[in-house]
Design a protein around this ligand. Structure first.
Ligand code: CA
Length: 506
């Protein structure tokens, strides 16, 4: 008996020591249905009233473009992520002054409610940016905290932030009473103190407010910065996910953990989905694979990432993307139009919830300062109706010769390729949640994997490739896309994939 108790004590000690990765016996599913998301910077998307700033009414007028199951000329996404819509003194709005309102430049709460209703009619779920690592320095909480320090009154709101007596790091700035406050990103974005229970209560009230408005969930800004420790971040997000699920069981929560794989993957243990930064951007796995033409390695990496996520959460969702509002746009680092189309097929046909950055589907470019990455959506190259002004300071001219209108009319356009890929995916449900298993092929230029009952094959090379159906384990062609116009075919049990083409087998 004594021995048993001794073993139990050792086991408990080991569990305690490994406590930096909270172990959970049961992680509820992140969401009942996965989606193809589209990230929108409202201010640059569509302007309904001609004041030069994109707004919610403008976005509503473009919902048919995003998904109209009964209409033509529709992209076919099933979710949208709105970058911050709360009132804010900046153009980017990542510094919130009121978590319960819509920025007046974007519209009203009634506009937002109408957006939710109109989106729902089109099968589009809306998630919004929830920026809770920090507030604006103009937020009433922070102003009240400063006032408390000035007047020496009972601390309440100063407990919401990280005030110190000494300047304990480069991220600290002077405050009244000889104090300093933490502001990691910018001195006008003071970091919140999530150790404060009252603040945690406020955060849940904010989440509940928007969930009751009908949002499907949140994109969680700066998720790795809430605490300066991985273990405490994981504890915090586990708490947040559990609390949000008590409000809405099938909530969709995706965290921004802009970091490497060793920091990203443990976040899946919290129940969050997490953006896949290692596959994104000009030096990410997808673009490096396109450049090297090494499809075998890409398939290995897709399989390995899928396995690593499932190990931490069987319902974890891989959130692939090529670029976002903080990175250079993908058309800039993928100059070849055929590879641009292949890139679309690659990230959209992996099980999970991929994110298309607005304008990516028409090959918009922009890099360098953030404003360049957030320029106005080009609805038409000839008709300025609805096109907002670029953010002040943007210094790059938009590059695509064709806007949405022209690309819809051009059957060889990038936009029509995105549409074809999403339509193809919609016919194969296992491409949303199937387990990724690499198929080993002799030709390393091919990326092939099984996802449930579907098989995906991409040709990453500029040469046509032939592969026996038997080697792929497939029976019939379930659809294909080909950037060069040369068709994918199956003859005498051999699949022929033209350069940069993709096929689905069943
Ligand atoms: Ca406007």
């Amino acid at each position: 008996m004594k021995k048993l108790i001794g073993y139990a004590a050792i086991l408990l000690a080991l569990l305690f020591l490994s406590g930096c990765a909270p172990s959970r016996t049961e992680i509820p599913p992140n969401t009942s249905s996965r989606r193809d998301f589209y990230e929108i910077f409202v201010g640059s998307f569509c302007d309904s009233d001609g004041d030069g700033l994109g707004d919610l009414q403008g976005l509503i007028s473009k919902l048919d473009y995003l998904n109209n199951p009964r209409g033509r000329d529709t992209l076919g996404v099933s979710g949208i992520w709105l970058m911050p819509i709360n009132p804010s003194p900046t153009y980017h709005k990542y510094d919130v002054t009121d978590y319960y309102a819509v920025d007046p430049g974007y519209g009203t709460m009634e506009d937002f409610e109408r957006l939710i209703a109109e989106a729902r009619e089109r099968g589009i779920d809306v998630i919004i940016d929830l920026v809770i690592n920090h507030t604006s320095s103009k937020h009433p909480w922070f102003l009240a905290a400063l006032e408390e320090l000035r007047s020496g009154s009972e601390p309440r709101y100063q407990l919401y932030y990280n005030f110190t007596d000494e300047r304990v790091g480069a991220d600290y700035y002077p405050a009244p009473g000889g104090k300093f406050y933490e502001a990691h990103f910018w001195n006008e974005m003071p970091d919140l103190n999530m150790d404060n229970e009252a603040l945690r209560g406020e955060i849940l009230n904010i989440a509940r407010f928007w969930l009751e408005k009908g949002v499907a969930g949140f994109r969680l800004d700066a998720a790795r910065h809430v605490y300066n420790s991985q273990a405490r971040n994981l504890e915090f997000w586990t708490w947040f996910v559990d609390a949000c699920r008590d409000i809405k069981e099938d909530i969709f929560l995706v965290g921004e953990v802009w970091s490497g794989e060793s920091e990203i993957l443990p976040f899946y243990e919290t129940g969050l989905a997490v953006f896949n930064f290692p596959f994104a951007g000009h030096d990410g796995t997808i673009n490096r694979s396109l450049n090297s033409g090494n499809g075998g390695r890409l398939a290995s990496e897709l399989e390995r990432w899928d396995r690593e996520i499932r190990l931490r959460n069987p319902d974890g969702i891989n959130c692939l993307f090529l670029s976002n509002h903080d990175t250079g746009r993908s058309a800039g680092f993928i100059p070849d139009p055929n590879r641009r189309k292949l890139a679309a097929a690659v990230y959209l046909l992996v099980p999970g919830s991929p994110f298309i950055y607005y304008g990516e589907e028409i090959g918009m470019t922009g890099s360098g300062i953030d404003e360049n990455k957030r320029t106005a959506m080009l609805w038409s190259a000839s008709d300025p109706t609805g096109i907002p002004r670029n953010p002040a300071g943007a210094e790059q001219v938009r590059a695509p010769a064709q806007g949405v209108a022209e690309q819809l009319a051009d059957r060889n356009s990038l936009l029509n390729y995105y549409r074809a890929v999403l339509a193809l995916k919609a016919r194969h449900p296992s491409l949303y949640d199937g387990e990724v298993v690499k198929i080993d092929l002799e030709n390393q230029g091919l990326c092939a994997f099984r996802a449930g009952d579907a098989i995906v094959v991409h040709n990453l090379t500029g040469e046509s490739a032939a592969v026996a159906l038997g080697d792929l384990g497939g029976v019939a062609l379930g659809g294909s896309v080909s950037p060069t116009g040369a068709s994918v075919s199956v003859k005498n049990g051999v699949l022929t994939l033209p350069p940069y083409a993709s096929a689905i087998l069943t």
